[in-house]
Design a protein around this ligand. Sequence first.
Ligand SMILES: CC(C)(COP(=O)(O)OP(=O)(O)OC[C@H]1O[C@@H](n2cnc3c(N)ncnc32)[C@H](O)[C@@H]1OP(=O)(O)O)[C@@H](O)C(=O)NCCC(=O)NCCS
Length: 393
Amino acid sequence: MTGNDSEIKDTGLRGVTVASTRISHVAGDAGKLIYRGYRVEELAQNATFEEVCYLMLYEKLPGKRELDDFQRELKARRKISPRMISALKTRPSTSLPMDVLQGGVSFLSNHHSHPDRQTRSNELDIGILLIAQMPTLLAAFDRIRNGKEPVEPNPDLNHAANFLYMLTGEVPDPEIQRVFDTCLVLHAEHSFNASTFAARQIASTQAHMFASISGAVGSLSGALHGGANERVMAMLLEIGRVDAVDGYIRKQFEAGNKIMGMGHSVYKTKDPRARILQPMVKKMGERTGDLKWYEIASTLEKKALEAFAEKGKTDIHANVDFYSGALYYQMKIPVDLFTPVFALSRIAGWIAHVIEEQFAEAAPKAVLYRPSADYVGEYCGPEECSFVPMNKR
Ligand SMILES: CC(C)(COP(=O)(O)OP(=O)(O)OC[C@H]1O[C@@H](n2cnc3c(N)ncnc32)[C@H](O)[C@@H]1OP(=O)(O)O)[C@@H](O)C(=O)NCCC(=O)NCCS
């Protein structure tokens, strides 16, 4: 770890390098995101989510045979067990979907014959199982909570299309399939963000893949991380009209609230993923004949930038969550599934990081993360306190 204690105090580890990685690079000032050497823009344009998963797990883009085999394996492992479906039926319909997903990961561990056999091949195998089954689990929960029977996975469909199919019971048209596939590609990996660091930190204790991923799901659920996309949509719904944007920004600033989907711990320019998603929202609006959400979001972005600049803050820009919400909303994905959908994509990066943490040649043994903290609590005078018996407190 670099930096000294007085510099890093209360900065949430910003600017502190905790490990080396070969998986991705976020160049905050240049607004670039690289997955294993490839620009995210190139991958979003040309690759499927399955190819990106392969790139994450096997450190190279697959050849045709390799991709065929990988897709076949994912398809073969999509189905969840009747026991899992019965368990989902016992969840209250009001359960938070991220909690269901997190519990679902632990459930899969409970029913795995050797979750804690910590070989590279076992961890990889579990990772592929999670990529394949998390979408089935989430779609099944959504249907069950709405009083419907789960839809079985469809082996004729790719990963993105199959999820939408299991959610709605209808095969999405090719344009929607491609839009959703691109969203999965864009969210697949982002270096040492909070949930990935959570996964790596858990893996560093030599806990297994399921434990690391369930911790990562919990971390992603927070409003300042993956949970922001749901809050962005709530914000757009609250604004409701382009001419209400100014008033909304004023109100948020006066209350000291943040504009969700804006700002980033690393990017100091517009997030490259937001650059890709913005025109996709516009195209989706043109397709549905309703540009309202595009217009509210893009006006909000423009006016918020002006308002930030007036306060001397020129490094707060739209992040990935700013436009993804409006896209999912128009695809009729329920708002409270936006963050779980993020997890269905980020699972690819998490698995790569857990494996790197535990098995990478550059760091053959996981180094247990164990930061220190300054104790700023109480003493009783110059010395430690003496225990006070109950009847004297
Ligand atoms: C993501 C985020 C936590 C990164 O923040 P950060 O770089 O660590 O910076 P901070 O939260 O410490 O904010 C620095 C300053 O910018 C302001 N700021 C940052 N993001 C802001 C936003 N979205 N709206 C309004 N003000 C914001 C903070 O209020 C703070 O102001 P101050 O210095 O006057 O107190 C922050 O931008 C945020 O909360 N954004 C909204 C949630 C979101 O979209 N999360 C998804 C991230 S991908």
